[in-house]
Design a binder for this molecule. Structure first.
Ligand code: BTN
Length: 244
């Protein structure tokens, strides 16, 4: 794995996008910084970090073999690879909040932002951006967030976690086409936050509606059942919010 370390950068995902042509000649390659100043999150949110305390990196990969239907497979394997490594650091109650927030119990430890790059109409490559809270000891400035240090009481070497996670992601990407959808789904659902538990949602039509997550469909939409006698409905990221 080639690791390019930048002293400071707005967003490692944006840097990867601007330098894609060169980076594609160096894959597997990771862009890493300990000082990301304009981090981007899901749904247009900002990703806020404290210098030197978070793991923020972007892994660049070619899209060969990733079809549009297997794109959510990529989300799943990246989330599961991160969980696999964090388990070794004894982070308690690890879970994935759909689609790919990394949780410890009901607090957010990190997130993933996968961006696709097109050549004409086809996806040429992906930028897999990962942000994880590692060594912060006080996160009261971010509601519902936590860090590895808060959860375990241990301060860790961030570069070591970077190597382990990026290698784990690379390994699972290599296996992408041999992993069956079924086994991947089973592993994802096993770790899915609030799976089959009653919780409350906001949809575009209704606020504070009780429902139960019943799974994920083939394209990665969340399946939520609101009434016992009705079939689950499918939602994408912009269409539903879970309150927890
Ligand atoms: C989320 O909203 O949960 C996704 C957060 C993703 C943050 C990472 S940090 C490294 C990479 N660069 C960015 O600007 N964002 C991603």
């Amino acid at each position: 794995m080639n690791i390019i370390k930048l002293n400071a950068i707005g967003s490692t995902n944006d840097y990867a996008k601007s330098n894609l042509k060169v980076l594609l000649t160096k894959i597997p390659v990771v862009i890493w910084t300990e000082n990301q100043t304009q981090g981007k999150g899901q749904r247009g949110a900002k990703w806020i970090t404290e210098e030197g305390k978070c793991l923020t990196f972007s892994l660049v990969m070619r899209s060969k073999n990733v079809t549009s239907t297997s794109q959510f497979k990529l989300n799943k394997i990246v989330s599961l690879s991160i969980l696999e490594i964090l388990k070794k650091y004894n982070v308690p109650n690890l879970a994935i909040k759909w689609p790919n927030d990394i949780m410890s119990a009901n607090r957010k430890l990190g997130g993933i932002l996968i961006e696709s790059n097109y050549r004409g109409n086809t996806i040429e490559s992906f930028i897999i951006g990962v942000g994880l809270n590692i060594n912060q000891l006080n996160m009261s400035y971010l509601p519902k967030a936590t860090s590895v240090a808060i959860e375990t009481g241990v301060i860790n070497d961030i570069s070591h976690i970077l190597t382990e996670i990026s290698n784990a992601i690379e390994r699972s990407i290599k296996d992408l086409n041999t992993i069956t959808e079924q086994s991947l789904n089973d592993r994802y659902l096993e770790h899915l936050f609030k799976y089959q538990k009653p919780c409350t949602f906001n949809t575009q039509e209704i606020q504070n509606i009780p429902g139960i997550i019943q799974g994920i469909d083939a394209t990665g939409k969340l399946l939520v059942q609101f009434q016992a006698d009705e079939l689950p409905q499918a939602f994408d990221l912009k269409e539903i919010e879970m309150l927890y």
